[in-house]
Ligand binder design. Structure first.
Ligand SMILES: [Zn+2]
Length: 426
């Protein structure tokens, strides 16, 4: 007698869709078979897609920006994630520049993440380093993390890591087997002006900043033979140039991430008062850049959301410098990407991320894997509401490919018929 049976679904198994059944015992997948076996709980997945629990490698829950804190904490953020079929997120430690600071940041974020309904991993975050980089890397690995985020920009808040340190870190990626996660915008190209409004966001953070930083990163990877994951690639021109000049590195040494917002929105969304809703960094680009991103999507290694939600009141400020940058998205990434990119997004939201960031037992449906399963009703719909804490979502009114009806995380049914199954104390 198995604990749970998911019957008659269209199951994503070994890279293709097959009509079969999935059986779960405790927190593992016990069997994937056409056989009709008994189980305590049966989920009928007829006419539904059965996916591995998705992984969002780029979220900012409860991110403290000083003047504002992102409104989805680990509880609210994980609720939204579950409605998006996401059973694992990778968030970030606060930026640190010493080994001691790193250890304290890890303890702080681990504590905050205890409220989460899903598994949380972390990328360590390094700011303008003041320590021995190898000692920092060794501590990251000792704490069980496999990635370190750096910024090539944000010098004004002391977060920029210079090229020499990036080259040193890239060399260390092979020695210590981790991935350097890079926010690539060339700092010298970023323009700050107190008179800027939200409509000046693309002037403040121009596309050329991303292009130059991305090309520079590819050169540093070539010289060092290191490995990097470039977050939130915003422009198809960046991808096009990387394909021309660094095709041999893509998906081998240089792994590109983009986010759903860059594929379906363009900079016109920033116009007018309502445009404040669409403020994030890097910003939306022109429509040619968006179309090129779609055209070159096969060069994108994986998708993340950069989920960092705020309320409208946080956004409704006349000056750009007072607006916290970021939007929610974890709930809608699969529905948006499935519609505009197609089914290749499954692997790019699961297995590839489990591989790159060493999330053991996750990312695929197979016997013995951790039982993280997301069941999807692929009936296109217009988004009318969302489940995060923020009082708005940029995806309201947008079309998505369907809706997650049931989600199992580590063998527990946590979403049933579209409703969260909450534990007593949550
Ligand atoms: Zn981010």
């Amino acid at each position: 007698m198995h604990d749970i049976a998911i019957k008659h679904g269209r199951v994503y198994h070994e890279g293709r869709w097959v009509k079969t059944n999935v059986y779960i015992d405790d927190e593992r997948i016990a069997a994937i078979t056409d056989d009709d076996l008994p189980a305590h709980e049966i989920i009928d997945a007829t006419q539904k897609d059965v996916l591995p629990g998705l992984i969002d490698p780029h979220v900012h829950f409860e991110l403290d920006l000083g003047e504002a804190v992102s409104v989805d904490d680990f509880l609210g953020g994980s609720k939204a994630a579950l409605h998006g079929g996401v059973t694992t997120v990778i968030d970030f430690l606060d930026p640190t520049d010493t080994v001691e600071g790193l250890k304290a940041a890890y303890i702080k974020r681990k504590k905050q993440a205890e409220k989460s309904l899903i598994d949380v991993r972390f990328h360590a975050t390094l700011k303008a380093p003041k320590c021995d980089l190898e000692a920092y890397v060794k501590t990251v690995k000792a704490l069980g993390m496999h990635s370190i985020k750096v910024f090539t920009t944000y010098s004004e808040s002391g977060r920029r890591t210079d090229d020499d340190a990036i080259a040193t870190l890239l060399k260390l990626t092979t020695k210590h087997d981790f991935t350097l996660v890079v926010h690539a915008e060339r700092d010298e190209r970023i323009v700050h002006d107190d008179r800027f409004t939200h409509e000046d966001l693309t002037t403040s953070r121009p596309e050329v900043a991303e292009i130059e930083a991305a090309l520079r990163l590819s050169e540093l990877i070539r010289v060092t033979a290191g490995r990097a994951y470039m977050v939130h690639t915003s422009s198809g021109r960046t991808v096009e140039l990387l394909k021309q000049r660094a095709a041999d590195l893509l998906n081998k040494k240089l792994f590109l991430e983009t986010c759903p917002q860059y594929l379906i929105f363009n900079e016109d969304r920033l116009k007018g008062e309502e445009g404040k809703r669409f403020t994030f960094a890097p910003p939306l680009r022109d429509d040619v850049a968006r179309q090129k991103l779609l055209a070159h999507e096969n060069a994108i290694y994986a998708f993340g959301t950069d989920h960092c939600a705020f309320h409208w009141a946080d956004k409704d400020k006349p000056r750009l410098r007072d607006i916290p940058l970021g939007i929610g998205g974890v709930e809608f990434s699969y529905g948006v990407l499935d519609l505009v990119v197609g089914e290749s997004v499954v692997q790019r939201m699961s297995e590839r991320l489990a591989t790159l960031f060493k999330i053991e037992g996750k990312g695929r449906l197979s016997e013995g894997a951790i039982a993280d399963v997301a069941i999807y009703d692929a009936t296109p719909r217009v988004v009318e509401s969302h489940h995060g804490n923020a009082d708005y979502s940029v995806y309201t009114g947008e079309t998505v490919s369907g809706k997650f009806t049931d989600v199992i995380a580590r063998g527990n049914v946590v979403l049933r018929d579209g409703l969260l199954v909450m534990k007593e104390d949550a």
